[in-house]
Design a protein around this ligand. Structure first.
Ligand code: GUN
Ligand code: ZN
Length: 468
């Protein structure tokens, strides 16, 4: 039994602040002792010297306490929508969605036919997530099965809980990126059987979007999902007006974009719809009724000029929809959930909504876990939960340190952190109780298991094999 103990302040959410008084949605301890054993959180209590003395391992030896002063422990962030193959093309200039896909995305994704390329990008991707304090993500790979193996293999080394799948596309993309309804089904099934539930990895059936799958492929995806309860389904929904018109032309018999997916059996618990910018009341009601979740991707929606997510409508108390936060790398512009929350705040402001720090940090932690139906094991700092944690530095830059001197309470501090903070505010990231990222170490990343047992060689380069 490995026992680890941390001392810092802690914030955790146990209710949805969109549905209850935000003041009752969280628990904050200014000086706390968090004890973890065998990957789980054992206790979270106010710190006392007596309590600290009582932390012992299986043979009764006192466990040293790692103290993080001027810091805050939070549940590891959850990124509900991200494309790892697009790590190499963040910040591609000048286009809206459909042109951006053709000009940049479909070019980059063809490189993932080469497993060694997929391995290299997976290594960078996982490290950037962990550097940002993100411990779980719903990840799009490419159409190539090798791209899925690469991502899960690296995730397995860090022991992160990743939800990922092979992209399904059987039309409207370069030939090199197309499968067929049958091949997509067969390859997804083989990957699902290999990876779903292996360690902490979970499989996600991933039709890219309605425009790049035929009726047959969407139906096959729906069939596969139904045949494998507990697996996930992710796709894009109502992101861009040009895309929406195209989908209307491609599926004239369907009453809406969401109805295309509903008709194919692709709504329900563990369905994650990315973007969902241009939604009406019927769409939100369908998501509520079916238990489908939405991933709000503000940096991407601004970068591609897609539009403003309607958070207030999505979270209406009469029929709340599960909503998480997505970076949507590489249309999104930052791995940092803090930065993504900053943009989410501005998007809400544009719509005269008000995203408080409580709402924002809930979305990034427990809200994401609820969107993924993992709220019983992820997203909270509480006994029995997986010990996936981020340690946030409350004074990571001179400006933030100065600004914090003028704050009154923890919510004000959190709001400053999400407005001014980024990956520099992440001191350490724990995955299943192991500090896989520690910004203070010379080599900040460390695999959960002994690297020699899992990886071919230790990495000494910053980003092995990535150009530049
Ligand atoms: N719609 C279909 N594919 C994509 C993608 O890769 N990124 C975004 N933002 N939207 C999409
Ligand atoms: Zn996307």
């Amino acid at each position: 039994m490995t026992v680890t103990a941390l001392r810092s302040s802690v914030i955790t959410f146990h209710q949805d602040p969109f549905l209850v008084d935000p003041a009752n949605s969280y628990r904050y301890l200014e000086d706390a002792l968090v004890v973890m054993a065998d990957g789980k959180i054992v206790s979270v209590d106010p710190y006392s010297d007596a309590g600290a003395d009582a932390v012992v391992d299986a043979v009764g030896t006192r466990v040293p306490i790692t103290h993080y002063p001027d810091s805050l422990i939070c549940a590891g962030f959850i990124d509900c929508h991200v494309h790892y193959p697009q790590t190499q093309m963040i910040g591609a200039f000048g286009e809206q969605l459909l042109e951006w896909l053709n000009k940049y995305t479909f070019i980059a994704e063809q490189q993932f036919a080469d497993k060694s390329h997929a391995d290299r990008v997976s290594r960078v991707f996982l490290r950037e997530l962990l550097r940002a304090g993100t411990t779980t993500a719903a990840v799009y790979c490419t159409v190539h099965p090798e791209s899925v193996d690469a991502l899960f293999e690296e995730s397995e080394r860090f022991n992160t809980r990743m939800i990922a799948g092979k992209v399904l596309m059987d039309r409207h993309a370069p030939d090199a990126l197309l499968d067929t309804a049958e091949r997509g089904y067969d390859e997804s099934k083989a990957l699902l059987e290999k990876w779903h539930g292996r360690g902490r990895q979970l499989y996600c059936i991933t039709p890219r979007f309605a425009a790049s799958s035929t009726d047959d492929q969407l139906a096959a995806a729906g069939r596969l999902w139904k045949e494998h309860p507990g697996t996930y389904m992710q796709t894009h929904l109502a992101e861009n007006t040009g895309e929406i018109e195209w989908v209307r032309d491609l599926f004239p018999q369907r009453s809406s974009y969401l109805d295309v997916y509903d008709h194919a059996g692709l709504t329900g618990p563990r369905a994650i719809f990315g973007h969902a910018v241009h939604m009406d009341e019927v769409d939100f009601a369908c998501c509520h009724r079916t238990g489908s979740a939405l991933a709000h991707c503000p940096t991407s929606n601004l970068f591609l000029g897609s539009g403003l997510f309607k958070m207030t409508q999505a979270k209406q108390t009469a029929r709340p929809v599960r909503v998480g936060i997505g970076s949507d790398i590489g249309a999104g512009t930052s791995f940092s959930t803090l930065h993504t929350l900053n943009e989410a705040y501005k998007v809400s402001q544009m719509a005269h909504g008000r995203l408080t720090a409580a709402h924002a940090f809930y979305l990034a932690t427990r809200g994401g876990a609820e969107a993924l139906y993992l709220q019983d094991s992820l997203g909270s700092v509480a006994p029995g939960y997986d010990a996936d944690l981020v340690v946030l530095d409350l004074a990571p830059t001179p400006l933030i340190a100065f600004r914090m001197g003028f704050t009154q309470d923890i919510l004000e501090k959190l709001f400053v952190l999400m407005t001014l903070g980024d990956d520099r505010a992440v001191r350490a990231t724990y995955v299943a109780g192991v500090p896989v990222y520690d910004s203070a170490r010379d080599e900040p990343f460390r695999y959960a298991a002994e690297p020699s047992a899992l990886a071919p060689s230790p990495q000494t380069e910053r980003y092995p094999g990535i150009p530049g």
